[in-house]
Every structure is written in C-alpha cells, then in structure tokens.
Design a protein around this ligand. Structure first.
Ligand code: HAM
Length: 519
C-alpha cells in the first residue's frame, strides 16, 4: 500500500521513551563513575572539518565517514570523539590547564557501516581521555576506570584484552606492505585463530592480491605471462621510474613481439605492478608466519609476556613493548580486578591509526560477532599531529553505549521502564479551577515530585481513564470546594480511596509512597 510516511534512515534507530530513560540512566552512572576518578565533562560538535579525521584516524574510519561539502567547506559527522576532544583541548585548554587533564564525554557518532546486529550507523559513545601522563599508572588507571564503570552497572561476564601497537602493527609497518594489505593482515588475527585459519586468511588476501595464490583467470595469455615473469627478475631492484624507463627501452630495442591489445606503456605498468607484488609475496609469508606464532600468544598476562620475550627477538622485534605491558599489568594487579577476566593478546590491533602504545578492548559474549563493547589505548602523538604545541602523552577509551546496554540486558541488569517516575496527575474539575490546578502542580513540583497536569478539554472520567492507563499512583482533584478550603483531594489509585489534604500533606504522602516503592 502506498504511504506518505517518511522512514528513519537505515542503520539509525529511534530510541523510544522507556528505553531512552534506561539508556540515560546507564550513561549517567558511567559519568558518575568517571567523576569519581577526577574526570570533567566536555561536549564537542557533531560536525567537524573532515581534515581533522583525515590526519590520523586511518583508512578504516575514513572510508566510513559521512563526509560532505557544504558552502564550499568539506565537513563530516564525527565518526568518533577522540580527535574532536583533542582539537578542543588544543583550541581552548592546552595553554592554561595543569596536567594531567581528565575529560569525559558522551554523544552520538556516525559511521557508514553495513548495518547488522549491534552495528549501527549512528550510535553513542561514552568515554574518557586522560591527557598529560605517560606512565603505567595512567594506562592501568584508564583500563580500571572502564572496568569499574561496568562493575558499577552490575556487569560481570566481560573480558579485558590488552595488547600493544608496538608488536604486530609495528612489525607490519616495517615490512612496508602498503596500507591496504597491512590493514587486512591486522584485521586477520581472529581469523588465523580459527580452524584452517591460515588458508582462510590466504583466501582473503587473494581477493585483493590475486597473485598470492595461483589463479586461473589471468587476463593475459599464458605465453605472455611467461615472458613477463622472465622480465620481472631483471628489474626487481630498480626504483619505479628507472624500472619503467628500462622496461620501455628494452621492449623497444628488442622489438619483442607482444601479442594482445596492450600498449607498451600498459605492459610496462603491469610489469612494474607485478614486480611490486612478487617482491611482497615473501614478506606476506613472513608476516603470516609471525602472525600464526603470535596468534597463540593470548591468555594469562604474565605467561604471555614470557612467551613474547622468546618470540619477538626471533623476528627482530624490539621487546620494549613487553616491558611496558609488564609495568601496566603489575599496576593493574593492584586494583580490585578479577584476574581471570584479563588477558594479554600480543596480536591485538585496533581500527584507528593514532595509537602509539598499549591498546585494549573489552568484550562480552552476548554481543556475538560484534563482541567489543569498549575500545581504547594510548595515543602519544595525536596532540602534535593535530597542531598542539606540546607533545602530550594521552590515553583513553570509549564504550559503545548500545552494546553496553545489550550486555547488561543479557545479564538481567537493563531495566527498561523502571527509570521514569510520574508521581501524580492533577485534574481541575472545571475550567474555573485551572489557575488553582496550576498552582497546586507547581507547589508539588517544588517538593521534587513529577506532576502532570490535565490540559485537554475532556471529562473528569476520561481524565481518570488516562491516569489509569499511564499508571499514575495518585490523582489529585481540585474543584470549587478544594479551592475554598485551600486543600486538594488526593486519591490513591491502588487503594481506590481519596482524602482531603493540604498540598504539603499530599506532598509528604506521595514522597513516602515513592521512597517505599523505590526501596
Ligand atoms: P572504537 O573501538 O572505534 O574506538 O569505538 C569504541 C566503541 O564504540 C567500540 O568498542 C564499540 O563498542 C562501539 N562501536 C564501534 N562501532 C560501532 C557501531 N557501528 N555500532 C555500535 N557500536 C559501535 C574509538 O572510537 C576510540 N575513539 C576509542 C578511544 C578513546 N581511544 C582512545 N580514546
């Protein structure tokens, strides 16, 4: 059937009143927890210059941004909060604030993702950024803050996974595989851990890198490929410009009969690309070999640190990150954390590229494929990358609020419908008494009560029906008699009985009912 309704945008949800109140209660509890650690609230705009996020957020986020040109300015909807917070810090706080500075926030972020369970295009992040402290005390405190927040919400079946950007990401960066290949490998640790993991990763690699495994659908003839293969070895060690010039010269001077429709320019470019790819194959194998060994190193932190100390030197990787991690887990042990919930994963990677040190995630089983309900880590270069004057070490994390709520619901701690308290509904018996009804409602609100006033022109019985449907525990009726005696009729819906009281007496009754109901 034709309809002129306008639908919500795909991947973006309406949050209806009861759920909205429950979300807000969770967010407020997290904010209270952050304040207990000395964090101060900050709010930043939803719209930023795209450039802010192009600088250091990395391909994974940048390709998913809501990015547009408006009045000749390239703008975006913020895909996360950290870069915005740092921009605001540089703009307003860097010069005058003593460090460390602790900031917390909550708000909507936007990512153009393929919508699926627990993955939205608009979602809420609640998190903290701790600026100006480099040591393990800061890293451990930030990790603990996230855990304490979850504990205070009542969540228990979560897992904290800690890693370091200086292990896998630095190793892959050193291999110079190009960002696409590097990102694909970084995102493959979990796949490697699955059954036939290496084969599955090889297949994934082949999608963007057809030469990685022998492939049947080469666009050139086998004869032509054979000729190309021989040429590849000749130019492997030249730079791109020299190699291309040499290939063209050689093709010209040899008068090679290249059947097919490609021009010498195209052939030279193809050949060059092939050289690049062939040069990379042993590097990819090396990366996969390291990753396969690394993927087993996940579990009890101190055990993994020992295993890492043995593995990293074999691949020429600096063991300093392991020492950093050791100091952090040693401090973390001083907190009241259930150690069986903590693991070290030296293969952990994060989608954002500003991280420089320790990284961590918090996972929860109820989330299925999208098991991550929190992510964070250290990013010591972002302040200077975004134009700050001082190098300012920093670390932080963000919760995905919707995912936290799904996890809470799975453990029976997300109570929809229990956060809104409407204490009484005030009805004037006739329009002459509207002034008195308004005054009574206002006086009751001054006692901190939530009072709704009957504002529609409808009969008293209709108003009573409405009060029943909305589950008001009390109805207050005011008519000519009540006005004359400066009282109200307070009717308890549960007892189905009314009594005449002063406003102050009515307020006390409603307040004690509320206290009892909430205890
Ligand atoms: P992130 O891991 O990209 O980190 O996002 C943080 C959290 O947002 C995730 O752990 C997840 O719970 C939630 N999230 C991410 N994408 C979606 C989605 N499409 N739908 C629902 N929830 C989602 C950051 O954004 C960093 N700024 C965290 C940080 C703060 N690092 C340092 N400081």
């Amino acid at each position: 059937m034709e309809t002129n309704r306008i639908q919500a945008v795909r991947g973006m949800s309406d949050v209806l009143p009861d759920t909205c109140a429950a979300y807000r209660a969770v967010e407020n509890q997290l904010h209270t927890c952050f304040e207990q650690f000395g964090y101060r609230p900050i709010n930043v705009p939803l719209v930023e210059h795209t450039d802010l996020y192009l600088r250091k957020s990395g391909e994974e986020i940048v390709t998913r941004m809501y990015d547009f040109v408006y009045q000749n300015r390239r703008l975006c909807l913020r895909p996360e909060m950290t870069a915005s917070i740092i921009r605001a810090y540089i703009d307003h706080l860097e010069e005058q604030t003593p460090l460390p500075m602790r900031l917390y926030y909550g708000g909507a972020v936007f990512r153009y993702e393929r919508p699926q369970r627990e993955r939205y295009r608009q979602f809420s992040q609640v998190g903290v950024e701790l600026l100006g402290s480099a040591g393990p005390m800061a890293d451990a405190e930030v990790i603990w803050t996230a855990c304490r927040g979850l504990n205070q919400l009542g969540l228990s079946n979560y897992r904290v996974v800690i890693g370091h950007i200086g292990v896998l990401a630095k190793f892959l960066e050193g291999l110079q595989l190009g960002s696409r290949l590097q990102n694909l490998l970084l995102a493959s640790t979990d796949l490697l851990r699955s059954e036939n993991g290496r084969l599955k990763v090889a297949q994934k690699l082949q999608e963007i890198y057809p030469d990685y495994l022998p492939t049947q659908d080469s666009p050139s003839s086998p004869e032509q490929e054979g000729q190309l293969d021989k040429l590849v070895t000749l130019f492997q060690h030249l730079n791109d410009a020299d190699a291309k010039a040499a290939i063209l010269e050689l093709l010209g001077s040899l008068n090679v009969n290249l059947k097919g429709s490609r021009s010498p320019e195209e052939i030279a470019s193809r050949l060059l690309e092939k050289i690049h790819r062939q040069n990379r194959i042993p590097l990819i194998d090396k990366a996969l070999e390291f990753m396969t060994e690394l993927s087993v190193l996940e579990g009890e932190p101190f055990k993994v640190l020992e295993q890492g100390k043995e593995l990293l030197p074999r691949y020429g990787i600096d063991t300093a990150p392991l020492e950093e991690l050791r100091s952090i887990v040693e401090v973390l042990k001083l907190y009241d954390l259930d150690w069986s919930q903590v693991s070290l994963d030296l293969g952990l990677s994060r989608g954002l590229q500003y991280y420089t040190g320790t990284i961590f995630e918090i996972h929860h089983g109820a989330l299925g494929g999208e098991r991550q309900l929190c992510g964070g880590g250290r990013y010591d270069e972002l302040v200077t990358t975004l134009g700050g004057n001082q190098r300012t070490p920093a670390t932080g994390f963000s919760f995905g609020l919707e995912r936290v709520c799904v996890a809470l619901e799975s453990e029976g701690h997300f109570k929809v419908g229990s956060h809104l308290h409407f204490d009484a509904f005030v009805i004037a018996l006739d329009s002459e008494r509207h002034g008195y009804a308004i005054s009574v409602a206002e006086q009751l609100r001054n006692y901190g009560l939530n009072i709704e006033l009957a504002i529609r022109e409808r009969s008293v019985s209709k108003n009573f029906q409405y009060a029943e449907k909305q589950h008001f525990p009390f109805v207050i009726v005011v008519g000519a008699d009540e006005l004359a005696q400066s009282v109200v009729t307070l009717r308890s819906q549960a007892k189905q009985a009314g009594q005449r009281l002063t406003v102050a007496e009515a307020a006390q009754q409603i307040l004690s009912f509320r206290t009892e109901a909430m205890s």
